[in-house]
Design a binder for this molecule. Structure first.
Ligand SMILES: NC(=O)c1ccc[n+]([C@@H]2O[C@H](COP(=O)([O-])OP(=O)(O)OC[C@H]3O[C@@H](n4cnc5c(N)ncnc54)[C@H](OP(=O)(O)O)[C@@H]3O)[C@@H](O)[C@H]2O)c1
Length: 338
């Protein structure tokens, strides 16, 4: 069993990681780091884990990491993760970072959107964007993985085959996304308060959400040309799940079959990207608690309307992180995830 750990083990995404790793037959959780002064057993923080794991938490400094740990998942907030990850890498430990700190190649773009100086510029040069359906080969040998954001995962998987094959125009792409509240993490705020969310749906950060540059950055790489999407996220009264509806203009003569063919080519051997058969649409309920991204498309006049759907905590975070770990460790990509 390969020993792995979690830095920031009190996070929502950490609970999901622990649940997945406990049913994984190739790895064992050997380290759980938390910043709190008290270091209880993890089941005291997450009662759902009672009787399943009794590991006591430790601190989050490099010296707290046991010497036999080979890979660590960082579930710290953006701008915080990059303060700890270089110390972990110095130990020779590989890292899958769930924050945004290693998703960008351009330091200035990160700094503009995250309003903090990037303190590990060497790390971002070598880090790999961990979207396995697109970048599997690069992930294998990475020291640091920047695990994709939740909105970007579904959006990019929906658009990438069409942009890569030039079937849609690269301008005028509109993404309308709806997320469950766990996307905002564990700490309650005014906007995540039950009374604000229950029986309510609202748009937020119109045109200025931090996932916009991440989506543009990766889609530009895939398309080989600059992409700038219009992105409007919404908060919905669900605990988990994201549904993206994406509108793009198709090029003259592009048919339903052409689009079906590029999706088939891109995803037919990719377990976790499921393209729905004609007439069927993705639903949050069908991907909840799973690592699947469900995708559908419909042509309406000169537009294709793509619907893609994930569980933000699994394919949008912990599940995708384990998928990346499996690839890094040379294990079957699906281990622990089916
Ligand atoms: N939630 C999602 O759907 C989702 C999806 C994709 C990516 N992500 C990313 O994954 C990471 C974890 O997300 P989450 O939603 O699971 O987070 P979360 O539930 O809000 O937990 C955040 C974790 O970071 C710790 N922390 C906060 N401030 C810290 C500081 N200054 N120094 C050290 N530790 C600190 C917290 O410790 P305490 O418990 O002691 O406060 C907690 O362990 C974030 O970077 C997030 O952006 C989240």
């Amino acid at each position: 069993m390969i020993k792995v750990g979690i830095l920031g083990a009190t996070a929502y995404t950490s609970l999901e990681l622990i649940k997945i790793l406990l049913r994984h037959t190739g790895v064992e959780i050997a380290y759980l780091g938390i910043r709190r002064d008290e270091k209880p057993a993890i089941s005291e923080i997450f009662p759902a884990l009672e009787g399943r794991i009794d590991l006591k938490c430790k601190g989050i400094e490099p010296e707290d990491v046991p010497g036999d740990v080979k890979l660590i998942f960082a579930t710290l907030p953006p701008t915080i993760a990059m303060r700890y990850i270089p110390g972990i890498v110095k130990l020779g430990v590989r890292v899958v970072d769930l924050s945004a700190d290693y998703r960008f190649k351009e330091k200035d773009v990160y700094e503009k959107w995250y309003k903090a100086e990037h303190v590990d510029p060497d790390g971002i040069k070598t880090a790999v964007y961990g979207l396995p359906e697109l970048f599997n080969n690069e992930i294998k040998n990475a020291q640091i993985i920047g695990n994709p954001g939740c909105y970007p995962t579904g959006t990019i998987l929906g658009l990438a085959p069409l942009l890569k094959n030039g079937l849609i125009y690269s301008d005028d792409i509109i993404v309308d996304a709806k997320s469950g509240i766990s996307g905002a993490g564990r700490e309650p705020t005014d906007t995540t308060h039950y009374c604000e969310r229950n029986e309510n749906i609202e748009a937020y950060k119109v045109g200025c959400h931090r996932h916009t540059p991440e989506i543009n950055h990766i889609l530009s790489r895939v398309a080989g040309t600059d992409i700038s999407i219009f992105f409007t996220p919404h908060l919905t009264p669900m605990s988990r799940g994201i549904l993206n509806t994406t509108y793009a203009k198709i090029k003259d003569g592009v048919s339903h079959n052409d689009i079906q063919n590029v999706y088939d080519e891109a995803y037919q051997d990719k377990t976790f990207a499921r393209v729905k058969t004609k007439g069927k649409l993705p639903r949050v309920l069908d991907v909840a608690n799973s690592n699947y991204c469900d995708i559908s498309f419909n042509i309406v006049d000169n537009r294709v309307i793509i619907v893609s759907c994930i569980d933000n905590l699994i394919k949008g975070a912990a599940g995708q992180a384990v998928q990346n770990m499996n690839i890094m460790l040379g294990l079957d990509e699906t281990m622990g995830l089916l």
